[in-house]
Structures are given as structure tokens and as C-alpha cells.
Design a protein around this ligand. Structure first.
Ligand SMILES: Cc1ncc(C[n+]2csc(CCOP(=O)(O)OP(=O)(O)O)c2C)c(N)n1
Ligand SMILES: [Mg+2]
Length: 562
């Protein structure tokens, strides 16, 4: 059985035939045909999440894990607009989200009908492509047009790079009628082959490489890639090469500089020219470190090349010289044998800084009281191996950078647009589809903001939420500007004394809390042992101490390098 709306039964048919599996549906009436068609399809897994904002982030988490398109479907009106934050994140983080919004027929828009707004093209600024389906098809030709359009919409989710696609679908009443047989679509491959790279660009790359004495690779956000790790490990052995990574780049090797802010804090103004690259090579998504952005913008590299499949012009440092349209690991691998090793002290200079700050950090840690910094050290050490680690925006994703990348984790964070509005939902989506333990480390404001993530019957026991409750947005006590403002506590920090305990009880989630390091160390095994329910661990930390310790940390690194 399926909906009698032929358009939507065709859509569900092609969705399944093209190998997509998951749809997250939010309750509503206008989207009833979508619910009937997808919900009854034997090869489609339909999940129900009521809050559209959370549902879209939940789907984003599934897509991040599976690397396959995941659909979301909602009713008409403001429900649609609640998808916007996750769509923007999917767009900038390059995650395939198929957005299905039910609508009224065009003649019913802006005439005073209920739960209606202008939905066509509503996500235009941050969507790969928007489609509007007709109400029905009347002949063979129209059928083929719709069939082609749906094929193309689904293919667009992944090529040339992944991202969100919107299909707005008008439905006439009655909405709930069923028929026995679905409309069968025909699968068409609409993907266009990526043009092969112009050989002259490869030659030019090699020329620039061979005359550069200071070559800096900077790896943006990406999921784990063994081929990238392998080729970069070889290149990081070249004396003129330094590889900078962040935890969210998911690349580890002892020769990579994996604590960018640590190392940069120990580089003095007068020695900075020795560390500046003459050839900067970037790939991947967002970079967390603000320090590296200002370092590279202050003194620009002579050459900056960005490598990506879509060939986007990512001019982050206002020095972009060339864009290479290729898969980065394959591109480096292809050229590896032609890249010369140069004589240079560049690699060693960076590695010396890394060693210096690593030693310094150990010393510094011995001297500090209980605070966010210390809590983080314990968490990184004690969170079980092979965990997927989700890092909330604000300080969690920044603290994680200070302790280097560990092979024992895969790191995720919504760094596409860095919102605090959906990390819990996203992490819960990934936990849903993965067999590993998924730990989210989030700030209190971010947690309370996305508390509807808990209003979800699909939460799984492998989902562990660690809330670092420092009574508001601790980041604003640290960054220069708000820290000296009279508005600091009410408006920037948004100081509060809320606790997560009763929220956890409302949604039947195990709850633990700690207020010092000893309690934390004792409780962590129990928190992870109980795998029958998802769980929240709330860690209360002293707000003012946190900022002081972090500020002093960077001053300390500066001082030891003199
Ligand atoms: C949707 C959204 N609104 C506002 C912000 C701005 N913002 C960034 S961090 C932050 C504070 C977060 O506080 P918390 O989650 O407690 O983390 P902490 O700073 O204490 O680590 C705010 C409001 C944002 N990034 N996204
Ligand atoms: Mg906080």
C-alpha cells in the first residue's frame, strides 16, 4: 500500500532504487502522502522526530555517519523554516540532506489559507539546488520529466561534492487516500563525469613545490581517510614540509603539528617569518583555529593552492593563487614521486615548537586547580577507545585542539556554520546509526538550547552526553572584548544556574553529576558501563577560574619559548 499521490510514490520508489535508506519525518498533515509512501515502503527506514529543527540535525548526524543521502520530511508553514539551521550546516559541511517539504498547490499560497508561506526556493542561499514538483503528471512526457527531475535531485546530493537538496512538493486534498500499487520510476544516472585535470596544473604545482623552501599543509575538517593520512605521512618527512592538522581533520601522525594554537603561541613576532610558508596547500572543510587564520592573513604566503573536488575558491587567507579540482589524497599521491625533497629547516623548526609546548603543557597542568581545562584532560584520557567524539561549538571544540589528535577517537563537530543549536541532535543521529560509543562534549548553553534533542524516541544507549556546566557561555569570559564589558554576565555569558537533572528525568535518560576531579574519575567508568539507556553526565566547573587558567596557559606557552 502507498499514497494515491503518484508523484510521491514515484519519489519513494526512486529514493529506494537509488540506494537511499533513511528518512526522518516530522508529524503533520500536509506531508501525509510522504508519510504514507515512505512509511510503507519495505526498503525505506522511516524515523519519527517531532521537532523539525532537531529532526534535521538528527538526519545530518545519520548522513555524516553513513556518507549517504538522508531525507527529512515535514508539513507546510513554519515547520519548513525550522529546517534552515541544519540545511545551512549541511551546505557548508558538505553533508547530503534531501529536504522534502509538503506544500499547498500554488494557487493556495498567499490567499489567506492556514499554515502556508512561500516555500518555493526558500533555502536558496544555502542549498545546492531546489526543485518544485508538479501536482501530478498527465501523460508519458510529463511522467518522464518528473522522473528525470527526481533522479537529478537525488544525484545532486553527492556530486560533485555532497550537500543538501530541496524538493518542495505540493499536495491537493484529500491527503490520506491509499492505493495498492506504487508508481515505478526508472533509474537514470544524471551525474556528469568530472573533467580530468589539466596536466599543466599538475606541472605548475610541481614547479612551485620544487622551488619552495617552506611548504605548509593545512588540513581542514574531514572524516577519517587512510589514504590521506598515508600520503601526508610521507610528505611530512620532507625537510621543507610541515603538516598542520586539527582534531576535526581526523589525521594523526607523530610528525603532524596537531596543536596549532599551542605551537603558534610559542612563536614570537620576530621569529614568525621563519614559520610563515612560501607555499600554502589547503584541503578539507572548516578550520577551527582563529590564530592560524590571523597568522596567515598577517603575512601572506607567496602561493596558496586549495585542492577540492568541486574546485571551490576558498580564499580564507586572501592569498589564493590556484584552485585544483581533484580529490586531494589522489592528487598528492599522483604527484608524490615528482615532488623533490628540499634542503630546509622548516619541518624541524615546527617540530621543535611542538615538543617545547607539549613539555610545557605537562608542567602547566600540574599547577592548575579544578577547571574546564583539567576536566578536558581527564576526559580525553578516560573516554573509552574507539569512541566517536562529538564536540560542541564554543569551548569544547577549542579545548580539544589543545591536546592533539588521538587515534582512539573520530572527531566530529558542526563547524560548517558553528551553531550551538543542533550539536546534541546531530550526535544522537550518528549514535543511532553507529555501533560505537558516541560521546558528546557540550557546553551548558548549547545543551539547553538543543534540549529538544532529548524529545526523540530513537535515542540509543550508546549515546553519552557530557555537559560541561560553567553557568553560561564561558567562551565570552575568555575572548578579548566581552570580558571587560559591563554586559558580560547578562548578555554575553547569559549567566544562569540551570541544571540538566530534571530534563533528563523528563525524558527518561540516566543522569550523573560531578563537581570535582576525583568524583569525575570515579564516576566515568560507571557512566560508560551502563549501556541500557542514553546518559547525561553534568560536570559543574567554576566559571571564573576557567577563563583565568586558559588565559594563563597561552601566556605560559609564550614565556617558555623565550
Ligand atoms: C545558534 C547560535 N547562536 C549563538 C551563537 C553564539 N555563541 C557561540 S558560543 C556561545 C556560548 C555557548 O555557551 P556554552 O554552550 O555554555 O559553552 P562554553 O562557552 O561555556 O564552553 C554562543 C551564544 C552560536 N554560535 N550559534
Ligand atoms: Mg558554558
Amino acid at each position: 500500500m502507498t499514497s494515491d499521490k503518484r508523484i510521491v510514490s514515484l519519489l519513494a520508489d526512486l529514493f529506494a532504487k537509488k540506494g537511499l535508506e533513511n528518512i526522518v519525518i516530522s508529524s503533520g498533515s500536509r506531508n501525509a502522502p510522504i508519510i504514507l509512501a515512505f512509511g510503507n515502503h519495505p526498503d525505506i527506514k522511516a524515523l519519527s522526530v517531532v521537532d523539525e529543527r532537531s529532526a534535521a540535525f538528527f538526519a545530518l548526524g545519520i548522513a555524516q555517519q553513513t556518507h549517504k543521502g538522508v531525507a527529512i520530511a515535514c508539513t507546510s508553514g513554519s515547520a519548513v523554516l525550522n529546517y534552515a539551521p541544519a540545511i545551512a550546516e549541511a551546505f557548508y559541511q558538505k553533508t547530503p540532506l534531501l529536504v522534502l517539504t509538503a506544500d499547498r498547490p500554488p494557487h493556495m499560497i498567499d490567499i489567506g489559507d492556514g499554515q502556508t508561506l512561500r516555500q518555493e526556493n526558500v533555502f536558496a542561499q544555502f542549498i545546492k539546488k531546489s526543485y518544485s514538483l508538479p501536482l501530478d503528471f498527465s501523460d508519458e512526457k510529463e511522467f518522464w520529466e518528473v522522473n528525470l527531475m527526481i533522479n537529478e535531485a537525488i544525484d545532486q546530493l553527492l556530486v560533485p561534492e555532497p550537500g543538501p537538496v530541496h524538493i518542495n512538493i505540493p499536495f491537493d486534498e484529500p491527503l490520506y487516500n491509499m492505493v495498492e500499487k506504487a508508481i515505478e520510476g526508472e533509474v537514470i544516472d544524471t551525474r556528469v563525469a568530472i573533467p580530468t585535470l589539466d596536466k599543466s596544473i599538475e606541472d605548475e604545482f610541481v614547479t612551485v613545490w620544487n622551488k619552495s623552501k617552506k611548504i605548509l599543509f593545512l588540513a581542514g575538517q574531514a572524516s577519517r581517510s587512510e589514504s590521506m593520512e598515508e600520503v601526508l605521512s610521507v610528505l611530512s618527512g620532507f625537510p621543507q614540509v610541515t603538516v598542520l592538522t586539527e582534531t576535526t581533520s581526523n589525521l594523526t601522525h607523530p610528525d603532524f603539528i596537531d596543536g596549532i594554537d599551542n605551537a603558534l603561541s610559542a612563536i614570537h613576532r620576530e621569529e614568525a617569518p621563519d614559520f610563515h610558508p612560501d607555499f600554502l596547500i589547503t584541503f578539507g572543510g572548516a578550520i577551527v583555529s582563529k590564530k592560524i587564520k590571523s597568522f596567515l592573513r598577517r603575512q601572506k604566503p607567496e602561493q596558496h593552492w586549495h585542492i577540492s573536488v568541486s574546485g571551490e575558491k576558498m580564499n580564507t587567507y586572501f592569498a589564493l593563487s590556484q584552485v585544483v579540482t581533484d580529490e586531494p589524497a589522489a592528487f598528492f599521491q599522483k604527484l608524490l614521486s615528482t615532488l623533490q625533497m628540499g634542503e630546509s629547516g622548516y619541518r624541524n623548526r615546527w617540530l621543535q615548537k611542538k615538543n617545547l609546548v607539549d613539555e610545557g603543557r605537562k608542567k602547566y597542568m600540574e599547577s592548575i586547580p579544578y577547571c574546564d581545562f583539567k576536566v578536558f584532560v581527564t576526559l580525553i584520557e578516560k573516554i573509552p577507545k574507539n569512541s566517536i567524539l562529538h564536540l560542541g561549538n564554543s569551548t569544547p571544540v577549542r579545548y580539544s585542539q589543545l591536546f592533539g589528535s588521538s587515534k582512539k577517537f573520530q572527531y566530529f563537530s558542526n563547524r560548517g556554520v558553528s551553531g550551538i543549536d543542533g550539536q546534541t541532535s546531530t550526535a544522537s543521529g550518528m549514535a543511532f546509526t553507529s555501533s560505537e560509543i558516541n560521546t558528546l562534549i557540550t557546553g551548558d548553553l548549547s545543551f539547553f538550547y538543543d534540549s529538544n534533542a532529548l524529545m526523540n524516541l530513537n535515542l540509543t544507549p550508546n549515546f553519552k552526553i557530557i555537559v560541561i556546566n560553567n553557568g553560561g557561555g564561558g567562551i565570552f569570559r575568555f575572548i578579548p572584548g566581552p570580558d571587560t564589558s559591563l554586559q558580560l554576565e547578562p548578555f554575553f555569558v547569559a549567566k544562569h544556574s540551570w541544571k540538566a537533572e530534571k530534563l533528563a528525568a523528563a525524558f527518561d535518560i540516566n543522569y550523573f553529576k560531578v563537581e570535582n576531579l576525583q568524583q569525575l574519575e570515579e564516576l566515568l567508568p560507571e557512566f560508560y558501563k551502563n549501556l541500557s539507556r542514553p546518559a547525561i553526565l553534568e560536570i559543574f566547573t567554576p566559571a571564573e577560574e576557567n577563563a583565568r587558567v586558559l588565559r594563563n596557559y597561552f601566556s605560559f606557552l609564550k614565556s617558555i619559548s623565550h
